[in-house]
Design a protein around this ligand. Structure first.
Ligand SMILES: NC(=O)c1ccc[n+]([C@@H]2O[C@H](COP(=O)([O-])OP(=O)(O)OC[C@H]3O[C@@H](n4cnc5c(N)ncnc54)[C@H](O)[C@@H]3O)[C@@H](O)[C@H]2O)c1
Length: 268
């Protein structure tokens, strides 16, 4: 389980809808100290401050929040320089321009956008692991977030390509970091209601697809908790011989073909 008193870095907090938030809450519940990263001050103001203003502004004050743009190596380095006694890291970060890289058309000439999207959503995991490693004395665990990439989903286009690369990178990093007793895994979540999720053109259809094909009933809001549970499992000691894997938390949708027939559906 989560080691009490250790620090856990959860990267990619936007608001309380973020997967990062659910993961952080669970780590805290289990006695770990959570350090969140937000992209920058501006994003914090726009999303996090507004979000907490409505409910609990004092809670926001108490959170340990750092800023880090993962495409800027210096920021990643400075972040890890400021952290010790690290038990694990969660990379919950992705971006693709919905106008040029997602949606109805896969063909694009936005190669700058592609590079940026790949850097943020995939290659940054390598930078993060490189600088996290010396801070995880005696070993640790890194978990990245992915979405099923062995088949093509409508509208997911270049993010699907990024996720396939991210899963490959997870394996390569697991191979590289085993000698440091650092494990690197990915959690492949079904569609969950977050800012990044709902920005995907066709997200509603994707969620509908899960409703009609997932053997276990899939709720894009409630499932976030289950996704977080598996992330925390991968951070902790009960998974200490698991590395380089992509673990699906998708209600079983990735393991079946076609739609569920009427007699196969959950009846509540
Ligand atoms: N929502 C879903 O349906 C779903 C499903 C499977 C996997 N995922 C993955 O989960 C992860 C978290 O996404 P989420 O759904 O919680 O959405 P989210 O929008 O809450 O989180 C995405 C985060 O990425 C951050 N980010 C973007 N560019 C960055 C940069 N250059 N440096 C640092 N941070 C940057 C954003 O600021 C944001 O905090 C992503 O990898 C996403 O692809 C999401």
């Amino acid at each position: 389980m989560i080691e009490k008193g250790k620090n856990y870095l959860v990267m990619g907090l936007l608001n309380r809808d973020s997967i990062a938030w659910k993961v952080g809450e669970l780590i805290e519940e289990l006695g770990g100290h959570v350090i969140y990263t937000v992209l920058n001050e501006r994003m914090k103001k726009i999303f996090l401050d507004r979000d907490f203003k409505k409910v609990d502004p004092e809670k926001l004050e108490k959170l340990d929040i750092r800023f880090c743009d993962v495409t800027i190596e210096e920021e990643v380095k400075d972040l890890f320089d400021s952290i010790d006694n690290l038990g694990g890291v969660v990379h919950s970060i992705a971006y693709a321009d919905p106008k040029t890289l997602l949606g109805a058309e896969i063909h694009t000439n936005d190669f700058e956008g592609l590079k940026n999207s790949y850097h943020i959503s995939c290659a940054s995991l390598s930078t993060v692991v490189q600088y996290a490693q010396p801070k995880m004395e005696g070993g640790g665990s890194v978990v990245a977030m992915t979405f099923q990439s062995d088949i093509a989903f409508p509208g997911y286009n270049w993010m699907g390509v990024n996720k396939a690369a991210l899963e490959a990178l997870t394996r390569a990093l697991a191979r590289r970091q085993g000698k440091n007793l650092i494990r690197v895994n990915a959690v492949s979540a079904g569609p969950v209601a977050t800012m990044a999720g709902t920005k995907i053109p066709g997200f509603a259809q994707l969620a509908e697809l899960w409703e009609t094909s997932s053997p276990l009933p899939w709720d894009p809001v409630a499932a976030k908790e289950d996704v977080a549970g598996t992330v925390v499992y991968l951070l902790g000691q009960y998974s200490k011989m698991i590395s380089g894997q992509t673990i699906f938390v998708d209600g079983g949708a990735s393991s079946v073909g076609g739609f569920l027939l009427d007699y196969e559906k959950f009846e509540g």
